[in-house]
Design a protein around this ligand. Structure first.
Ligand code: ZN
Length: 298
């Protein structure tokens, strides 16, 4: 019987060690000080899933597609207004299908100085793809984002933060600077593949710092928001407060079709105002933070 067919308690040490070693946290990349003497770095990100939220599973619901289009019509403009008013940059992770549906949105984001980075083709799950399909989709997505935004992306956030056994090797093959889909630390770190340093920087995410887990709803299943927008604000604020105390990194993931509602968008506005009221914070794109920690880690 092959080890794949065995129960986990029957696996040899070599088998589970190989599984664990596929993508591992290596050298910690935490600088002693941030640019201009800042105490804390702030990486705001928006995953512009829009209609791919429905299309990814083969869904064709016109109602749910309209919820996706809300991300373009209402979510993105509200977010960009707040970012522009506060004069802070952010990173937008954009599936290629979103970019093809809404090229004007990506051009505007890019012109405002924000970063556009990879987020799959149609929000597919990498872990169910054959190697050749995963490579093809990553390369074609890069081409689409470059064509639409005018810049070749340097980073990736895998859709649903889902890694296949080939994802890290493909990130290396494409020469990407960073990934932002894994969760091993609060600070940036270098990714190891089978024990070897890759040079790829991980800017870690966490579901705790993601709006979707608190606000997602499924009309025909039991999934409903369980806590109020004020409670979500409190969680994000506490995550920032601790990052500020520790002199570290505060990373946040939001979705235009989730946060961009009248009863929720204030979370972003008030959080930015709260963080800006502190002395010495550095708002930057994921790419700029990664470049800085690569050159300045302790
Ligand atoms: Zn997504």
């Amino acid at each position: 019987m092959s080890e794949q067919q065995q129960e986990p308690w029957q696996w040899s040490d070599a088998h589970w060690q190989k599984i664990v070693a596929q993508a591992r946290a290596g050298k910690k990349l935490a600088p002693r000080i941030w640019p201009n003497g800042a105490r804390c770095a702030i990486a705001l990100s928006f995953d512009s899933d829009h209609d791919t939220n429905e299309l990814r599973e083969g869904g064709q619901s016109i109602g749910r597609l309209s919820q996706g289009q809300y991300g373009n019509l209402q979510g993105i403009p509200r977010i960009l207004d707040i970012l522009s008013h506060a004069n802070v940059p952010a990173s937008f992770f954009v599936p290629a299908v979103t970019a093809l549906l809404y090229p004007d949105e990506q051009q505007r984001i890019s012109e405002l100085g924000h970063e556009i980075a990879l987020h799959g083709w149609i929000h597919e799950r990498n872990s169910v793809l054959p190697l050749e399909a995963e490579r093809d989709l990553m390369l074609r997505s890069s081409d689409v984002l470059e064509k639409v935004s005018g810049k070749r992306p340097v980073g990736i956030r895998t859709p649903s933060w889902d890694f296949s056994p080939n994802t890290l090797a493909l990130i290396c093959e494409m020469g990407l600077l960073y990934d932002s889909s894994l969760m091993a630390d609060v600070d940036c770190y270098e990714l190891l593949m089978d024990g070897k340093a890759t040079g790829v920087v991980e800017l870690p995410v966490e579901w705790i710092r993601d709006d979707a887990v608190y606000f997602n709803m499924n009309r025909f299943a039991g999934l409903r928001p369980q806590i109020s927008p004020a409670d979500v604000f409190d969680i994000f604020k506490r995550e920032f407060d601790a990052a500020y105390e520790e002199g570290g990194l505060f990373q946040l993931t939001m979705h235009p079709h989730v946060i961009g509602y009248r009863s929720r968008i204030w979370i972003l506005k008030e959080l930015i105002a709260y963080m800006q009221a502190k002395e010495n914070v550095w708002f930057a794109t994921h790419a700029d933070i990664v470049r800085y920690v690569k050159a300045n880690h302790a």
